[in-house]
Design a protein around this ligand. Structure first.
Ligand SMILES: [Zn+2]
Length: 309
């Protein structure tokens, strides 16, 4: 519904969303789509619940769950989790990208219209045979290329978004192909105010991020705490320049923790509270204003995830 955020338990007023991680994974089993890495299997319900309770007790209120059907999205489990923990989950329709999951059997034999129909149904009727609806549509591209099947999904996502008013949020591989995604979405008439590109922190290139933002899109930095890719210092320095350029209403933070080895409840880290407990205090210490930090975690996700129809 226009002006509401579609959580897995129903539509809410954007003001109710609260502190939000913009791209996470809590319960999924990507073996469903043929991705066999055991570290990426997050299928332990009790651990997912414990993870969300730690998040909640630390002040977390909501997160966008980025597991698609072929990433082994567990719709019933996520609805149950949200009910039992009170954490609001905004879940997704759509697909990931070709170089992570084989899209052959999922996309090859479907037309763009078939994909649109499937996405519209998941947003307006329910996912996986339930009444629990998707609140956003996912698409994705491979490292330095967009495959034919990925392009079909991007076009379908734009069309399904224009029908339903659900926002589109994409996966990029190592942060590449963002401008090329934008070109396809603009060709489809997608309003860039409802389009968001994730994982750009894996390619922390100020000029490139600015060029994407000039189109009106949102960007998600989901790399804080993952020092093996880039230090937090690198990300903070790019964010500082983008905020100085006036883009503080278009940036969101998250940790994209899709592996057991990202989560404290599985015995690892950094865990769902890293941003709240470590990265945000550091941003303040490094001169970002409390208003900017608040926008990244509250206002921007609440605005972006709002249905525009
Ligand atoms: Zn992800």
């Amino acid at each position: 519904m226009k002006g509401k955020i579609r959580t897995i338990l129903g539509d809410i007023d954007p003001k109710e969303l609260g502190f939000t991680m913009a791209h996470e994974h809590v319960l999924d089993d990507p073996r469903v789509g043929g991705f066999m890495d055991a570290d990426h299997v997050l299928n332990d319900y009790d651990k997912a619940k414990e993870m969300l309770m730690i998040y909640k007790n630390g002040g977390g209120q909501a997160l966008a769950e980025a597991s698609t059907k072929h990433w082994g999205r567990n719709t019933k489990g996520m609805a149950q989790l949200s009910m039992e923990t009170g954490i609001k989950l905004v879940c997704c329709s759509g697909y990931l990208c070709e170089n992570q999951v084989n899209m052959d059997e999922w996309v090859e034999n479907k037309s763009i219209d078939d994909l649109v129909k499937e996405m519209v149904e998941e947003v307006t009727i329910g996912m996986d045979g339930t009444e629990h609806k998707a609140g956003w549509i996912k698409a994705g591209t491979s490292y330095n290329y967009i495959s034919r099947r990925e392009e079909k999904v991007l076009r379908a996502a734009a069309r399904a978004s224009r029908i339903t008013g659900a926002p589109v949020h994409t996966h990029t591989s190592t942060g590449t192909m963002g401008l090329e995604q934008i070109a396809i979405m603009e060709e489809e008439g997608m309003d860039m105010e409802h389009f968001c590109i994730a994982h750009v922190s894996r390619n922390p290139d100020y000029w490139y991020h600015k060029k994407m933002l000039e189109h009106g899109v949102y960007l998600i930095y989901d790399g804080p705490g993952k020092a093996k890719y880039y230090t937090d210092e690198t990300l903070i320095n790019v964010l500082r320049k983008l905020v100085a350029d006036g883009y503080e209403d278009k940036l969101m933070l998250s940790n994209d923790m899709g592996k057991k080895t990202h989560h404290i409840v599985y015995g690892y880290g950094p865990g769902l509270l890293y941003i709240k407990d470590k990265f945000l205090p550091r941003m303040l210490d490094e001169g970002f204003s409390p208003e900017t930090v608040h926008k990244f975690m509250y206002e921007n996700p609440a605005r972006f995830y709002t249905m525009y129809k």
